[in-house]
Ligand binder design. Structure first.
Ligand code: GLA
Length: 761
């Protein structure tokens, strides 16, 4: 499967950000030769390969005659190079002369690195007939097929094996299985290289763990791993740099030794405030080679919750009359909390201890309910309006989705854990109340009567729905209008009404419907009608169910879906291809939304895709988001200003303190959930500054000022450029702090890709 629609849908605008991404290795570790040497002898690119569909183990042999095979590029899927729509087995054969001079480029000539970028979906790789690596699993595997479409294939050959034929032709034969969507090599340039000893040191500052101390500093722990079977010895220097003042605050140096394939646990205590950067530099004692890494330190802005009771979350809930309702009141305060409600319509009851409202939605109408929460320290009240009618999602959907963490390896257990963590970590108390299973839950085949079921990892969908509802959480699911989903699982084609009925029986509250393989059912340049048709059909199918099911369209913004999504019953629609955790992707999915924000209204949400903060992995090894802390503040601020659906995609059991603080700021969330339901307009985009202004209910405005540049800078924005009065009250939403009466302008001093988010009255 693929993470962007382009290769699946040949007609869609081709997002190119993947091609701009540096290989993973370059992100983790930047190496500088002792003499600054970098020449072509360091690396041999593998831009082309011979290709054939089918499967034959004889094709791994170096002497097999592949001269009749077609020559393909290795940075583009084979779909798109003449093999449209082909799924199944295929082979690539790369011929390469490996010069013995390559050995001179390293201080440790014991390994040949075979970097094959990523392969859609699974591969087995052979060098001169001998297997050197495999990623994912073929369907014939006893454990069953497993896609690892986005994993880097970074294989190593031990040179003592004698496998490499120096200065002669070598054949790298790659057996591929594609389970659906695009296929084969598709990402960065594959290459051969000889690593240096120091390459074995995983100086990956992004993997550090942080614990915030009461004195405003942060404790950093870094597990420095040596991946090679040789001793690493050298000096590690750290320099703490303040980007605001341009000064080095402290520097340290220590000699380190790490045994073969072992790690060293390093700890420091550093300042935690905007603009603090740590620069690491390791000098190998024997070769003098240097490894460096730079990391922006996280800092928390969200103040801790008060111990007195407080009510949070959306002030409106839209439900269809007569349908089942489960709703968890979002509230904080020292436990135990006690809930009560005045004016709750008949048919609904409130559990005073959990704050879960459940029952049946009353007849059409608007019901104002006075919610109250109290604890030993006091009590507070707020009006919450239940709007019984046909319009759902009166405020942007909020919750968690399995995709960005678990990809196609999601399980019932992981989903339940995520739900429990939403509650236990205090996220549900701020309004994060949906739990959505993305792709990967579907059985490999329908029952004889055509019924869809969960696969072995989802033994009982109804029980899972009940588990979520008991906790007042909403249950979301995923399908595709095509024969298969993006991940190659079964789609709903021809079974739309049957599937909608199953979802209703299981208690589903939310459906994400993902175009993917339906492209095969449309013409090459599909018309608007062709795009609407499958969405209209499923929209009708779910509207006939006795439930309130939120319908989220995922067709990557084709045919200006924001202009017609609501007419097929949709309440949210993806605007672009898939998000990734890098700044370019945030630019392409989020900041690109400026022309379309005027289409946003209650129940009509433009969806720039799910959040990429916290531990992510898309089904691969989990690792922290690659956005810097400032980029993460900007990401959450922008999504709040855009009134975008807020769907977490991270591994919740591994929630770190920084991410938790990022996601529990109720003043920032309130901007997103504001009842007026407007999205911000971009009012300024100049000199690498952007200003976005969102109208809020009651006349206030939310203003986001973003530093799009790559250095710490300051600016002053005149109030008339933001549509503000000459004099205004300013509040810093992240710090939850009044800044008092201002006149004529707002001044900011911001890190690269950083933000200030204000509420202006
Ligand atoms: C597409 C969607 C993603 C995710 C995957 C599942 O790529 O855009 O959000 O749902 O499919 O396969």
């Amino acid at each position: 499967m693929l993470e962007i629609p382009a290769p699946k849908l040949m007609h869609s605008p081709a997002p190119t950000f993947w091609r701009r991404l540096a290989p993973l290795a370059a992100l983790l570790l930047s190496l500088v030769g002792a003499a600054g040497a970098a020449n072509t002898m360091d690396r041999i690119d593998l831009p082309q390969a011979r290709f054939s569909t089918g499967d034959n183990m004889a094709w791994r042999e170096p002497d097999f005659d592949d001269s009749g095979w077609k020559l393909l590029n290795t940075t583009q899927a084979y779909e798109g190079q003449g093999y449209e729509g082909y799924d199944g087995y295929s082979w690539y054969r790369i011929h390469v002369v490996i010069p013995s001079a390559l050995k001179l480029s390293t201080d440790w000539p014991e390994r040949l690195r075979v970097y094959l970028s990523a392969i859609d979906d699974a591969d087995e790789t052979y060098l001169n007939g001998v297997r050197i690596g495999a990623t994912g699993r073929m369907p014939s595997d006893p454990l069953g097929y497993e896609t690892r479409w986005d994993s880097p294939r970074d294989y190593a050959v031990d040179l003592r094996s004698g496998l490499v034929r120096w200065d002669r032709d070598n054949v790298i034969a790659v057996r591929v299985y594609d389970g659906g969507g695009g296929g084969g090599f598709y990402k960065d340039m594959p290459y051969l290289a000889m690593p240096h000893r120091v390459d074995g040191l995983q100086l990956d500052a992004g993997q550090a763990r942080y614990h915030f101390l009461a004195d405003g500093r942060v404790q950093a722990r870094l597990d420095l791993r040596n991946n090679y079977p040789v001793l690493q010895r050298g000096v590690l220097q750290t320099e703490v740099f303040d980007l605001v003042s341009g000064r080095v605050l402290e520097s340290g140096k220590r000699s380190i030794t790490i045994a073969a394939e072992k790690s060293l646990d390093l700890q420091w205590i550093w300042p935690a405030r905007p603009g603090i950067q740590v620069r690491y530099r390791f000098v190998d004692a024997r070769s003098g080679r240097i490894a460096t890494a730079t990391h922006d330190l996280p800092y928390r802005l969200t103040p801790p919750d008060a111990p007195t009771p407080a009510l949070h979350g959306a002030q409106l809930l839209g439900m269809r009359p007569g349908t089942p309702l489960h709703y968890r009141i979002a509230a904080t305060g020292r436990l135990p909390l006690h809930f009560s409600a005045q004016g709750l319509p008949e048919g609904l009851k409130l559990n005073p201890l959990s704050g879960v409202i459940s029952g049946t939605t009353p007849a059409a109408g608007s019901y104002k309910v006075q919610l109250q929460v109290r604890n030993a320290l006091g009590s507070t009240k707020r009006v919450w309006t239940l709007v019984a009618g046909e319009q759902l999602a009166l405020t942007p959907p909020m919750g968690w989705n399995s995709w960005n963490a678990y990809g196609l390896n999601v399980t019932d257990e992981l989903v339940r854990k995520a739900a429990q963590f939403l509650i236990d970590k205090g996220l549900a108390a701020k309004g994060w109340n949906s739990v959505n299973i993305d792709d990967g839950w579907e059985a490999p085949e329908r029952r004889a009567d055509g019924e869809m079921m969960g696969n072995a990892r989802f033994p009982d969908m109804k029980a899972l729905g009940d588990f979520l509802h008991e906790r007042g959480l909403h249950f979301g699911i995923y399908s595709s209008p095509g024969a298969t989903t993006c991940g190659g699982y079964l789609g709903s084609l021809g079974h739309e009404f049957q599937d909608a009925a199953s979802y209703a029986r299981w208690g589903v509250d939310y459906l994400k419907y993902d175009l993917c393989s339906y492209a095969a059912n449309m013409s090459k340049t599909p018309t608007l009608d062709e795009h609407r048709k499958p969405y209209q059909l499923m929209g009708e199918a779910i509207s006939r169910q006795p439930r309130s099911m939120v319908y989220s369209l995922c067709q990557y913004g084709e045919q200006q879906v924001w202009t017609w999504g609501a007419s097929v019953g949709g309440v949210a629609w993806r605007m672009t291809g898939d998000i990734a955790d890098n700044w370019n992707s945030v630019l392409e999915t989020g900041f690109s939304q400026a022309p379309h924000t005027r289409f946003v209204a209650p129940g009509r949400w433009n969806d720039p895709d799910m959040l990429v903060v916290g531990q992510l992995g898309w089904g691969d090894k989990l690792r922290p988001s690659r956005l810097t802390p400032d980029e993460q503040y900007s990401h959450i601020s922008l999504w709040s200003l855009l009134a975008a659906p807020l769907l977490l995609g991270n591994d919740l059991p591994n929630l770190d303190e920084f991410t938790l603080s990022l996601l529990t700021n109720h003043e920032v969330i309130a901007i997103n959930q504001d009842a007026l339901g407007k999205a911000a307009q971009r009012v300024l985009n100049q000199d690498d500054w952007q200003v976005w202004v969102k109208e809020l209910e009651g006349g206030a405005k939310a203003v986001g000022i973003f530093n799009m540049g790559s250095s710490f800078r300051s600016t002053r924005i005149e109030s008339n450029r933001m549509g503000l009065e000459n004099r205004f009250q300013l509040r810093d939403a992240w710090r939850q702090k009044d800044l008092g009466l201002q006149s004529k302008h707002i001044s900011v001093n911001l890190p690269a890709h950083g933000v200030m988010l204000f509420v202006v009255k």
